[in-house]
Design a protein. Sequence first.
Lengths: 476, 91
Amino acid sequence: MPFRDNREYIEALEKAGEVVRVAQEVDWDLEAGAIIRRSYELKLPAPFFQKIKGYPKGFRMFGGPLANFRRLAIAMDMPADSHPGAILDEYHKRAQHPIKPVIVKDGPCKENVRIGDQVDLYELPAPMVHDGDGGRYISTWHFVLTKDMDSDWVNWGMYRQMIHNSRDMGGLFLPTQDIGVMYYRKYEANNIPMPFATAIGPDPISALASCASYGVGRNEADLAGGIRRAPVELIKCETSDILVPAHAEIIIEGEVLPYKRVDEGPFGEYTGYRSSPRMPRPVYRVKAITFRNDPILTVANMGVPLDDADICLSVCGRTDIKTILDNYGFPITGIHLPPECSGHMIVVAVQAKYTNIASHIANAIWGTKLPYPYIVVVDSDVDPYNITEVLHAIVTKCHPVRGIRAQEFAVGHPLLPFLSLEERMWGKGAAVLLDCTWPLDWPKEIAIPRKASFKEIYPKEIQEKVLNNWKNYGYK
Amino acid sequence: MPKEYDTFVDDLSTLPEGKELILAIRDLAPGNRKYDTRVVKAILASSANKLPEGDILWLRYQRGSLRPEPWRIKIIDEREGLLLKEKVYDT
């Protein structure tokens, strides 16, 4: 059965040894963030803070909700120790069968309601996640819901939100992102405020689905239903017609104002760096806040891998790209976005059927709206989930000149650390293909080196003999 | 005890000393409203000697790193709302 909410999920994680309840009072000002970050870096269970300094009893914080594949397997109701490839394949399979949400009249997210002058963002224990951040980021494991101006399309996306003051938040969203399409090209272009709602602490699959690049006109709520194998329950906002997850911990409602820009950021981001400059960015004006009794504010402390962002990018990005490449009929044998690479690298394994197929694949990927700076195409004998095999293919099969194809004028964004400050500000990107396939015009038995692995450099009969006698040699 | 604030700046020439200017600062007073943004008209100085009655103003670079020596700030009055900026690019 899918988890109805964040609380059922935490309970399941706890049973699987993936949660530590922190009874000691913790400061929202850097201390909680530091604990969450250290838990990632030491690969430890997710901290569930029971007492936040200065906040009423019952106001809690949960860090690192989806920071490893084990938590992802549990979230998807699969055996906890499933192989990452099996989890990703299952996600992809379920994504093909979206389920529409259902509307309910009552839900726990309405247990406490603050409207108009009652609104005070400081009522919630928003963390100062990293030292040097531009403010308290209340929204790091959440999604922002916005409805298209002239259709029924409702976008969910995990776009960061920073508190400016008791009623205003700032955020970064790019013109290539779905929220950017809605805001910059439609609402703002017509000088109309864009209604929004933010769901903090939703069920884990809804949060994950919100990270997908699901496409213009397609609702991530349907995707979430498909992955959960049950519809998401939605309830109407207090101040707009937007429908929000009824079981989310906290809902923030309001409008993004047209042509208003206020300095936002910097923030320690998914790339592992605090790279984006503080810049004038859109403003979310808050009109209402609703929350559950004893709310749990969920926190993803993005930084160096592995953390929640790396897992989400790995899962959602893979299905986004696999769908496109499958539609083109490429002879793909595997795709992986290694979470160690912060969503910046795609490894595609292929049966190289024609010359320059690697370039063909790379161009198809670069034609999507997400800027993947590194694409690695390997032959089908390389397991894309095995980072050792991938690195070996790069350094042995990719010609240092002919195998590397640079894409100079790619779309960039301000979070890419390798870009200059000017390039980050103006979205001037770059990308590269590492072609690790053997050229088809090399004679197989003469020019292509034989891989010196157990499976490939010994005759079948020797392999069988060795395998049959393995225990006799003293190995277990 | 002087109060403490901070602001983000790369180019110090945008913070002329001894002149009234409007800027956004974050209130660093401990408590649940720490880091609240305030828009103020104020006079700044790069050292305590130049503005002995001023409060402390820490300066951070635009990417968050803290400059080692704080400035001083004397708040003249406070403005409602946020400090609006020119749109640079949609990021």
